[in-house]
Design a binder for this molecule. Sequence first.
Ligand SMILES: Nc1nc2c(ncn2[C@@H]2O[C@H](COP(=O)(O)OP(=O)(O)O)[C@@H](O)[C@H]2O)c(=O)[nH]1
Ligand SMILES: [Mg+2]
Length: 346
Amino acid sequence: MSAAPPKKPAGSAKKTSGPSTKPAGSGKKPPAASTKPSMRVPRTPPTKFGIVAIVGRPNAGKSTMLNRILGQKVSIVSDKPQTTRNRIVGILSEPRGQVVFLDTPGIHKPLHKLNARMMSHVNSSFNEADVIVTMVDASQSFGHGDEFVLKMIAATKGSKARRVAVLNKIDLLKKNALLPLIAKYAEGDIFDEIVPISAATGEGLDDLLGVLFTALPAGEPLYSKDDYTTQPERFLAAEIVREKLLARTRDELPYTTAVGIDRWDEDEETGLLRIYASIYVERDSQKKLVIGLRGEGIKAIGTEARVELEAILGTRIFLQTYVKVHEHWREDERFLGELEWPFGGE
Ligand SMILES: Nc1nc2c(ncn2[C@@H]2O[C@H](COP(=O)(O)OP(=O)(O)O)[C@@H](O)[C@H]2O)c(=O)[nH]1
Ligand SMILES: [Mg+2]
């Protein structure tokens, strides 16, 4: 993986220097001197390149869909809202072209500085996108939150971006429940396309990719075809620890915990990667909850995260986790910045 957060791409992502990965056959000249001008000359369609922002309410399945499309885990998933706090970049390279997906935090009312930052990631993604995918949990009835999202999307109508509504979780739906929802999203002419999918089973994803590639502008790939994210490994490691933590916490705890990486040591001789991570909570009582009885909670989180990271990074890992109290971390801009770009002091 290359090493750049989406916020600071200059000089950091493994970008190819221009159009180096032309697909086979592109740039072919049409057959010379046809005597029949009416005959259609077969051409390879131009490759596509562009940015697809995935937005929507918390828990709609945005991150699940991105991981499924890429066949790689780039964005953590949980059944708690506000799991994704950052803008996560996922890159899909195909003979048809290259799509840079931006996975974003769920659209919600910002109550803390943390949440304001989260919403700023959503808004900046709107501005960059060639296509805005609005993801909807079709298994939930349409409510105020959905209305709010629709208004936000409608407000982008003046921009160049194409708008696609994706109705997710159709695996949970009765067949006849889908049509009224499609009709609802067809109202007001906000969306260019409406695509039902299940990110969990993969149903409808081929159709969605067809729609996206059609909507994207022609262009050459910007990233090497082996790159599937611009996230630094260090950030991914913190996220995987947080995912395991989220799976074991409930009530207010998921919102009040954060994970930072303190040290990252690669031992070239033994091939062992040593990662020292801190789990931040807001109060002492929460610290006890995370650590669990006789340390069982923190131990399980550490083991699960290590096993998954070893598989993703393909190396042996020693992972040490500490639980620390940082009372108002959600309001601490400097700390929030360090969580997003975990290289301070190096
Ligand atoms: N049944 C079902 N569950 C899904 C589907 N997509 C996502 N989920 C679940 O919905 C929850 C939220 O998913 P996540 O990707 O974190 O949503 P996000 O907040 O929009 O990124 C998780 O528990 C997922 O496993 C789907 O197509 N079907
Ligand atoms: Mg998410």
